[in-house]
Design a protein around this ligand. Structure first.
Ligand SMILES: [Ca+2]
Length: 224
């Protein structure tokens, strides 16, 4: 009997942990693509048919199911695998393949959005979107919508994978150790860069450089 009670408690505990919906070839339940003639299925996702671009002045979008916001986290990180299949055509423009992830509340009100421009002309991109929490209007339940607002017939992309998680970055980004993330932490990183040491390699690329400074600056901007 005791064992059963413990199992029920464990299941309830799992139930309240906020999960970010995943989109992948095998996991797309509850997601919607606003083009009726292309169904979300394994084949279409693997073949890069979930393309996002502007068509007749309107965006093709991919929208997640609603999910709970983790009140204990300070950031929502979303990683997207984004394929620009026409990257080797002469009329391909990298900046037009910028991907936007927007968060909406249950009423469809836009809460926040982040746009990431791929940095290298290549087929596949791993894009990282960081949202500061809490969101405007204290939204408890949100959904993500992905769009490529400048995408045209060549400079567009297809969504292969979306994975997200709620995290607390304060401890990681507070490199000065004063309990806050602010300009003092940027100064610590700049000192690292000038000294040529990788003491505070926040993005894990083996060096301290502008990439790490940008993470901290974005955190400051999204929590100010
Ligand atoms: Ca600090």
């Amino acid at each position: 009997m005791k064992r059963i009670v413990m199992m029920v408690v464990a299941v309830l505990a799992l139930g309240v942990a906020a999960q970010v919906p995943t989109f992948s070839m095998t996991d797309y339940e509850g997601w919607t693509y606003n083009r009726n003639d292309i169904a979300l299925n394994n084949d279409n996702i693997s073949q890069g048919k979930i393309r996002l671009l502007m068509e007749n002045g309107r965006p093709r979008t991919l929208t997640s199911p609603l999910f709970d916001v983790d009140a204990a986290a300070d950031s929502l990180i979303v990683n997207v695998t984004w394929r620009t299949e026409n990257y080797n055509q002469s009329s391909f423009v990298l900046s037009k393949s910028a991907l936007t992830v927007a968060l909406f509340d249950v009423e469809g009100l836009s809460l926040d959005s982040v746009t990431v421009v791929p940095t290298v002309v290549q087929r596949e991109h791993k894009l990282r979107f960081a949202f500061g929490l809490p969101l405007n209007f204290d939204a408890k339940r949100v959904q993500m919508r992905l769009a490529c607002w400048k995408g045209d017939i060549v400079s567009n992309g297809a969504v292969r994978k979306v994975e997200g998680s709620f995290v607390s970055l304060l401890a990681a980004y507070d490199v000065s150790g004063d309990g806050q993330v602010n300009v003092g932490d940027v100064n610590v990183l700049l000192a690292d860069i000038l000294a040529g040491v990788a003491t505070h390699d926040l993005n894990g690329d083996g060096a301290v450089n502008v990439g790490d400074v940008n993470l901290v600056l974005n955190y400051i901007l999204r929590h100010s």
